[in-house]
Ligand binder design. Structure first.
Ligand code: PEP
Length: 249
């Protein structure tokens, strides 16, 4: 039985004052059935972890460097993120792939480093609109899974987020049939590569313009085990409604 996961990605948003949203979220949803995670900017990880301690909200990071330490000005290692209080890290988000030129090899190295530091990884995959229009979606997803996911994973420490690039921050979403097709495909690829035990345990999140208004229909799709949520994770009322929908699914 996979525990559902509602993961929020605050991206480059949030100052210390915004930690009040975590208090509000924890107060409104003190014992959700789903796992709840917020990935704030790195500047807030330790503050948020201290504030959320003992409550339902776990704290994660949005990226990590593949090296353990060294001359990498401005970067953060997985061990540093764990030390600050993160228990998850997102790798391969399309904004990192686009803004920082991170390819599958980089993402795989980051994921390996994160696992070595004891973090769980959320590996993001997703097609661009041009790739979908060219009917290449499943080939792209297949290639990203093969290239970005390291070999030594378990059902517990790996999460996949399917995030169509064209749906992120746009208010547009695939149809539920399109989401189901990709999630079923990802499940089959995981089972083929890692065996049924691991393959069936890994959670597969949908991400891309998830809102309170569309969460229920998305969570009803087969092999959707939760969501990676950007904009709608910034406010406790919106994210709380998404958590409630996931708890009901
Ligand atoms: C994201 O960036 O991971 C994301 C899904 O963003 P949004 O929910 O804002 O589309």
């Amino acid at each position: 039985m996979r525990v559902k996961l509602a993961a929020g990605n605050w991206k480059m948003n949030g100052l210390a004052a915004d930690l009040a949203e975590i208090d509000a979220l924890a107060a409104a949803h003190p014992a959700p059935r789903s796992e709840v995670l917020i990935c704030p900017p790195a500047t807030l990880i330790s503050l948020m972890a201290a504030r959320a301690a003992g409550g339902p909200v776990k704290v994660g990071a949005q990226c990590c460097h593949p090296a353990e330490s060294g001359a990498h000005t401005g970067d953060l290692s997985a061990a540093m993120l764990a030390d600050a209080g993160a228990s998850y890290v997102i790798v391969g988000h399309s904004e990192r792939r686009a803004d920082h030129g991170e390819g599958d090899d980089d993402v795989r190295a980051q994921a390996r480093a994160a696992l070595a530091a004891g973090l769980r990884v959320i590996v993001c995959v997703g097609e661009t609109e041009a790739q979908r229009d060219a009917s290449n979606t499943l080939d792209i997803i297949s290639g990203q899974l093969a290239g970005s996911v390291p070999d030594l994973v378990t059902g517990d420490n790996l999460v996949i987020a399917y995030e169509p690039v064209w749906a992120i921050g746009t208010g547009r979403t695939p149809t539920t049939d399109q989401i189901g097709e990709v999630h079923d495909f990802i499940r089959a690829r995981l089972e083929a590569r890692f065996g049924a035990g691991v393959g069936r345990s890994v959670r597969i999140l949908y991400g891309g313009s998830v809102k309170p208004g569309n969460a229920t229909e998305i969570f009803a799709v087969s092999n959707v085990d939760g969501a990676l949520v950007g904009g709608a994770s910034l406010k406790a009322t919106d994210f709380g409604a998404i958590i409630a929908a996931l708890d009901e699914a």
